[in-house]
Design a protein around this ligand. Sequence first.
Ligand SMILES: [Zn+2]
Length: 268
Amino acid sequence: MEKLYLYKWTWAEVRDYLKKDSVIILPFGSTEQHGLHLPLGNDALIAIRLAEDAARATKTIVAPPCWFGWAPHHMAYPGTISLKPETLIQLLYEVLRSLIFHGFKRLIVVNGHRKANLPPLEIACSRIRNETGAYAAIADPFFLADTAAREIMESPPGGIGHAEELETSHMMHIFPELVDIKKAVKNLPKKKKFHVTDPYVIGDRVFTPSTLEGLRKATEPSGVIGDPTLSTAEKGDRLHRALVNNLVEVIKMARKEKVTLKPVAPCF
Ligand SMILES: [Zn+2]
């Protein structure tokens, strides 16, 4: 049996791992609507598969995945579960602190809920890094393989949003049995000056948070923002390989980081 996950190890195996290594990968996702063609677990499943493939290639341990994220706007559709950002900050902070207490010094969070989870995850990692001296990093599929993603996508500017070409292609490659591509519909956002949510568009912009009602109105009846009809498993394969290659590089770089831990108490 392959044992990539911490929850499959004994404490003695973790002790032995820590004698020679100090890296751990933490998959963080979300349980939220992803249109009519993708499952609610989409973001967690992507984080999990990326973590597993990079862990296998680098002989790294993977923490138990977190299936919940910060997704209040997606509450517009049933099945979505959203934590408060304060809860997510605290959850990641306490998990990292526990791991650091045992001697993990290099902690790589893989965020499958692209961009949307970043503010709370960044706050937790920043706090941990400053308080403990541990190396903490967040790998986000929106940004981790930015170069490859721009080459792969055919969507027009503004077309990368939610359950769109890239996310759907990725899932068609890693979990084809969970994608019902016949139900994929195109819903490109209306062009608005400054209000750009597509991370691959370069331009002047402001950030306006999505609201539950606003997202519902802008995405009815599907929940999609973008054009998943352009998706193919081949594009997903290319994207996945680029993401895993870069994640492997991040892990190798983390192993080389000089890290001096400050004394850390568990969370009581
Ligand atoms: Zn997603």
